[in-house]
Design a protein. Structure first.
Lengths: 112, 115
């Protein structure tokens, strides 16, 4: 069964607006990561937040993690047309393995 | 430094044919992963190599899929015979360490279409 689920599936906003994407997961995790995929390109790592962290920032990105609700959110502030991409959350687990479990992603379109 | 590369970028084959995908990880990365995304669904883990050994192949869908990493450098993923449901994008990633949270660098993917 799917571990991560993002919502919304698609988001359309204007440049300058903020974009918020949510991710829910089902089992205990070691960390949660967000990736971006531009059309036809590979996945680019954006940010990692560990299970003992609640919030993390990187430039215009803000990620929160609520382990009690098994959910995370990615906020992109002051969006730009270049932020148009698909965004995926991925969960990592303890136990010596580094495999990632991804959600289906959110397609973000930022209009000039 | 070159990133993860994958070949081919696209492959269109007929049902029942064989296709081999190749992944070249970042030099020095012992850990290599295969994932795939089918029909806009979630990206699913297939397997993880540590050097030439399969560390975790729990995500391999069935015995039509064969992954190898001879010599611990590049890896191949062969699908034989291909079925329609194998269509999707196959991603490869590599990392220096295998501990959870170690950054994985992804390749651009191979888009496989089975007709």
């Amino acid at each position: 069964s799917q571990q991560g689920e993002e919502d919304p599936q698609a988001l359309s906003i204007q440049e300058g607006e903020n974009a918020t994407m949510n991710c829910s997961y089902k089992t205990s995790i070691n960390n949660l990561q967000w990736y971006r995929q531009n059309s036809g390109r590979g996945l680019v790592h954006l940010i990692l937040i560990r299970s003992n962290e609640r919030e993390k920032h990187s430039g215009r990105l803000r990620v929160t993690l609520d382990t009690s609700k098994k959910s995370s959110s990615l906020l992109i502030t002051a969006s730009r047309a270049a932020d148009t991409a698909s965004y995926f959350c991925a969960t990592g687990f303890s136990g010596g393995y580094n495999k990632l479990i991804f959600g289906a992603g959110t397609r973000l379109a930022v209009h000039p | 430094e070159a990133g993860v590369t994958q070949f081919p970028s696209h492959s269109v084959i007929e049902k029942g044919q064989t296709v081999t995908l190749r992944c070249d990880p970042i030099s020095g990365h012992d850990n290599l992963y295969w994932y795939r995304r089918v029909m806009g669904k979630e990206i699913k883990f297939l397997l993880h190599f540590v050097k030439e050994s399969k560390q975790d192949e729990s995500g391999m869908p069935n015995n039509r899929f064969l992954a190898e990493r001879t010599g611990g450098t590049y890896s191949t993923l062969k699908v034989q015979p291909a079925e329609l449901e194998d269509s999707g994008v196959y991603f490869c990633a590599s990392s220096q360490a295998r501990t959870s949270g170690t950054l994985q660098f992804f390749g651009p993917g191979t888009r496989l279409t089975v007709l």
